[in-house]
Design a protein around this ligand. Structure first.
Ligand SMILES: [Zn+2]
Length: 60
């Protein structure tokens, strides 16, 4: 019975996350956001891959 409650709770959390992501995509932490196509580095202007920081960080 307890396992069933936990599963329902997890499903509820996933549902809330999906709804929140659909409504407020910019309010999510950066790691949860889908990579924006054409996103560019603010420093060097190179297109960025994924959410990791650009290679120029700390060097430019
Ligand atoms: Zn850069």
């Amino acid at each position: 019975m307890l396992v069933k409650v936990i599963i329902v709770f997890l499903c509820f959390m996933v549902l809330v996350a999906l709804i929140g992501r659909a409504l407020f995509p910019s309010a999510l932490p950066r790691i949860m956001q889908p990579p924006k196509p054409g996103a560019k580095c603010k420093r060097c202007g190179r297109p960025q891959i994924g959410t990791k920081p650009c290679d120029c960080r700390g060097r430019a």
